[in-house]
Ligand binder design. Structure first.
Ligand SMILES: CC(C)(COP(=O)(O)OP(=O)(O)OC[C@H]1O[C@@H](n2cnc3c(N)ncnc32)[C@H](O)[C@@H]1OP(=O)(O)O)[C@@H](O)C(=O)NCCC(=O)NCCS
Length: 164
Protein backbone atom coordinates (compact mmCIF):
# COMPACT_ATOMS: atom_id res chain seq x y z
CA UNK A 1 0.00 0.00 0.00
CA UNK A 2 1.22 3.46 -0.86
CA UNK A 3 0.45 6.37 1.42
CA UNK A 4 0.43 9.93 0.03
CA UNK A 5 1.18 12.66 2.58
CA UNK A 6 2.37 16.26 2.67
CA UNK A 7 6.16 16.62 2.74
CA UNK A 8 7.65 17.39 6.14
CA UNK A 9 11.01 18.84 7.11
CA UNK A 10 12.19 15.36 8.10
CA UNK A 11 11.68 14.15 4.50
CA UNK A 12 14.26 16.60 3.14
CA UNK A 13 17.42 14.50 2.79
CA UNK A 14 15.50 11.44 1.51
CA UNK A 15 13.83 13.56 -1.17
CA UNK A 16 17.18 14.98 -2.31
CA UNK A 17 18.57 11.44 -2.47
CA UNK A 18 15.56 10.23 -4.49
CA UNK A 19 15.84 13.14 -6.92
CA UNK A 20 19.57 12.45 -7.37
CA UNK A 21 18.72 8.80 -8.06
CA UNK A 22 15.85 9.45 -10.48
CA UNK A 23 17.37 12.31 -12.50
CA UNK A 24 20.61 12.53 -14.41
CA UNK A 25 23.51 14.15 -12.54
CA UNK A 26 23.51 17.92 -12.82
CA UNK A 27 19.75 18.25 -12.44
CA UNK A 28 20.19 21.58 -10.68
CA UNK A 29 21.65 23.04 -13.88
CA UNK A 30 18.21 22.82 -15.53
CA UNK A 31 16.63 26.19 -16.28
CA UNK A 32 13.61 25.30 -14.13
CA UNK A 33 15.89 25.33 -11.08
CA UNK A 34 16.73 29.01 -11.77
CA UNK A 35 13.02 29.77 -11.38
CA UNK A 36 12.97 28.06 -7.98
CA UNK A 37 16.12 29.55 -6.46
CA UNK A 38 15.42 31.83 -3.51
CA UNK A 39 11.67 31.17 -3.66
CA UNK A 40 9.75 29.08 -1.13
CA UNK A 41 7.94 26.04 -2.53
CA UNK A 42 4.15 25.77 -2.26
CA UNK A 43 4.41 23.47 0.73
CA UNK A 44 0.77 22.34 0.97
CA UNK A 45 1.13 20.81 -2.49
CA UNK A 46 4.50 19.10 -1.97
CA UNK A 47 3.71 15.44 -1.37
CA UNK A 48 5.53 12.20 -0.67
CA UNK A 49 4.56 8.62 -1.47
CA UNK A 50 5.70 6.05 1.05
CA UNK A 51 5.16 2.36 1.44
CA UNK A 52 2.72 1.80 4.23
CA UNK A 53 4.94 -0.60 6.16
CA UNK A 54 7.42 -0.42 8.99
CA UNK A 55 10.30 0.65 6.73
CA UNK A 56 8.11 3.29 5.06
CA UNK A 57 10.75 3.94 2.40
CA UNK A 58 10.25 6.89 0.09
CA UNK A 59 8.84 5.70 -3.23
CA UNK A 60 8.04 9.04 -4.84
CA UNK A 61 7.75 12.77 -4.37
CA UNK A 62 6.39 15.88 -6.04
CA UNK A 63 7.09 19.56 -5.42
CA UNK A 64 5.63 22.83 -6.69
CA UNK A 65 6.85 26.41 -6.87
CA UNK A 66 5.03 29.63 -7.71
CA UNK A 67 6.25 31.42 -10.85
CA UNK A 68 5.12 34.35 -12.95
CA UNK A 69 3.75 33.42 -16.39
CA UNK A 70 3.30 36.60 -18.37
CA UNK A 71 1.74 38.69 -15.63
CA UNK A 72 0.00 35.97 -13.63
CA UNK A 73 1.12 33.85 -10.70
CA UNK A 74 0.81 30.17 -11.59
CA UNK A 75 2.10 26.85 -10.32
CA UNK A 76 5.27 25.26 -11.65
CA UNK A 77 4.99 21.47 -11.28
CA UNK A 78 8.16 19.62 -10.50
CA UNK A 79 10.33 17.98 -9.78
CA UNK A 80 8.31 14.78 -9.63
CA UNK A 81 10.08 11.46 -9.30
CA UNK A 82 9.40 7.83 -8.55
CA UNK A 83 12.18 5.58 -7.30
CA UNK A 84 13.61 3.62 -10.27
CA UNK A 85 12.60 0.30 -8.69
CA UNK A 86 9.00 1.48 -8.24
CA UNK A 87 8.26 3.08 -11.62
CA UNK A 88 5.22 1.92 -13.58
CA UNK A 89 3.10 1.21 -10.49
CA UNK A 90 1.03 4.37 -10.83
CA UNK A 91 2.83 6.26 -8.04
CA UNK A 92 3.71 9.21 -10.31
CA UNK A 93 0.09 9.43 -11.44
CA UNK A 94 -1.22 9.38 -7.88
CA UNK A 95 1.17 12.14 -6.81
CA UNK A 96 0.26 14.32 -9.80
CA UNK A 97 -3.52 13.79 -9.58
CA UNK A 98 -3.66 14.27 -5.81
CA UNK A 99 -1.55 17.44 -5.86
CA UNK A 100 -3.48 18.96 -8.78
CA UNK A 101 -6.79 18.24 -6.98
CA UNK A 102 -5.43 20.05 -3.93
CA UNK A 103 -4.18 22.93 -6.11
CA UNK A 104 -7.62 23.33 -7.70
CA UNK A 105 -9.30 23.26 -4.30
CA UNK A 106 -6.89 25.93 -3.09
CA UNK A 107 -7.85 28.19 -5.97
CA UNK A 108 -4.77 27.98 -8.20
CA UNK A 109 -5.86 28.78 -11.75
CA UNK A 110 -3.13 27.17 -13.86
CA UNK A 111 -0.19 24.81 -13.70
CA UNK A 112 2.81 24.72 -16.04
CA UNK A 113 5.86 22.49 -16.36
CA UNK A 114 8.75 21.41 -18.53
CA UNK A 115 8.37 17.75 -19.43
CA UNK A 116 7.41 15.03 -21.84
CA UNK A 117 3.98 15.65 -23.37
CA UNK A 118 3.41 11.90 -23.98
CA UNK A 119 3.45 11.41 -20.20
CA UNK A 120 1.71 14.57 -18.99
CA UNK A 121 -1.09 14.69 -21.56
CA UNK A 122 -2.94 11.97 -19.60
CA UNK A 123 -3.29 14.53 -16.79
CA UNK A 124 -4.65 17.20 -19.14
CA UNK A 125 -1.42 19.04 -19.93
CA UNK A 126 -0.83 20.26 -23.48
CA UNK A 127 1.98 22.05 -25.23
CA UNK A 128 1.85 25.79 -24.63
CA UNK A 129 2.19 27.91 -27.76
CA UNK A 130 2.28 31.14 -25.76
CA UNK A 131 4.76 30.69 -22.92
CA UNK A 132 8.55 31.08 -23.03
CA UNK A 133 10.76 29.55 -20.35
CA UNK A 134 14.30 30.85 -19.81
CA UNK A 135 16.83 29.21 -22.16
CA UNK A 136 17.95 26.56 -22.63
CA UNK A 137 14.43 25.08 -22.80
CA UNK A 138 13.00 23.00 -25.63
CA UNK A 139 9.72 24.81 -26.47
CA UNK A 140 8.09 21.47 -27.28
CA UNK A 141 8.45 20.53 -23.61
CA UNK A 142 6.64 23.60 -22.25
CA UNK A 143 3.26 22.26 -21.07
CA UNK A 144 0.29 23.89 -19.38
CA UNK A 145 -3.05 22.95 -17.83
CA UNK A 146 -5.94 25.10 -16.60
CA UNK A 147 -7.02 24.27 -13.06
CA UNK A 148 -10.14 26.44 -13.21
CA UNK A 149 -12.37 27.28 -16.19
CA UNK A 150 -10.49 29.79 -18.35
CA UNK A 151 -7.43 29.36 -16.15
CA UNK A 152 -5.03 29.67 -19.09
CA UNK A 153 -6.70 32.71 -20.65
CA UNK A 154 -4.16 35.50 -21.04
CA UNK A 155 -1.27 33.33 -19.86
CA UNK A 156 1.41 34.30 -22.35
CA UNK A 157 4.93 35.61 -22.53
CA UNK A 158 7.99 34.95 -20.40
CA UNK A 159 7.99 32.64 -17.41
CA UNK A 160 9.97 34.39 -14.69
CA UNK A 161 10.91 33.90 -11.07
CA UNK A 162 8.82 35.25 -8.19
CA UNK A 163 12.13 36.74 -7.00
CA UNK A 164 12.26 39.29 -9.79
C1 LIG B 1 8.18 10.28 -14.89
C2 LIG B 1 7.97 9.48 -13.61
C3 LIG B 1 7.78 10.45 -12.44
C4 LIG B 1 6.71 8.62 -13.75
O1 LIG B 1 6.49 7.95 -12.52
P1 LIG B 1 5.80 6.51 -12.46
O2 LIG B 1 5.45 6.27 -11.04
O3 LIG B 1 6.62 5.49 -13.14
O4 LIG B 1 4.50 6.79 -13.36
P2 LIG B 1 3.19 5.94 -13.50
O5 LIG B 1 3.37 4.58 -12.91
O6 LIG B 1 2.07 6.77 -13.01
O7 LIG B 1 3.02 5.84 -15.08
C5 LIG B 1 3.82 4.95 -15.79
C6 LIG B 1 3.48 5.11 -17.27
O8 LIG B 1 4.03 6.35 -17.74
C7 LIG B 1 4.87 6.09 -18.84
N1 LIG B 1 5.96 7.08 -18.83
C8 LIG B 1 6.85 7.29 -17.86
N2 LIG B 1 7.69 8.27 -18.24
C9 LIG B 1 7.30 8.67 -19.46
C10 LIG B 1 7.79 9.62 -20.37
N3 LIG B 1 8.83 10.38 -20.09
N4 LIG B 1 7.14 9.77 -21.55
C11 LIG B 1 6.06 9.00 -21.87
N5 LIG B 1 5.56 8.06 -21.03
C12 LIG B 1 6.19 7.89 -19.84
C13 LIG B 1 5.36 4.67 -18.62
O9 LIG B 1 5.79 4.11 -19.82
C14 LIG B 1 4.10 4.01 -18.10
O10 LIG B 1 3.23 3.77 -19.18
P3 LIG B 1 2.05 2.67 -19.08
O11 LIG B 1 1.10 3.16 -18.03
O12 LIG B 1 1.44 2.70 -20.45
O13 LIG B 1 2.73 1.41 -18.73
C15 LIG B 1 9.15 8.51 -13.33
O14 LIG B 1 9.35 7.71 -14.48
C16 LIG B 1 10.45 9.20 -12.96
O15 LIG B 1 10.71 9.47 -11.79
N6 LIG B 1 11.32 9.46 -13.96
C17 LIG B 1 12.61 10.07 -13.72
C18 LIG B 1 12.48 11.51 -13.30
C19 LIG B 1 11.68 12.30 -14.33
O16 LIG B 1 11.93 12.23 -15.52
N7 LIG B 1 10.72 13.08 -13.81
C20 LIG B 1 9.81 13.87 -14.63
C21 LIG B 1 10.47 15.11 -15.06
S1 LIG B 1 9.61 15.89 -16.35
Amino acid sequence: MIRIAPETEADGWEIEYLLDTAFAPGRSALSSYRLREGVDPVTPLCLTARDDDTMASLAGCIRFWPVIAGERKVLLLGPVATHPTRQGEGIGARLILESLDRATAQGWTACILIGDEPYYQRFGFAKSETLRFPPPTNPNRVLAKALQPGGLDGIEGDVTSMRA
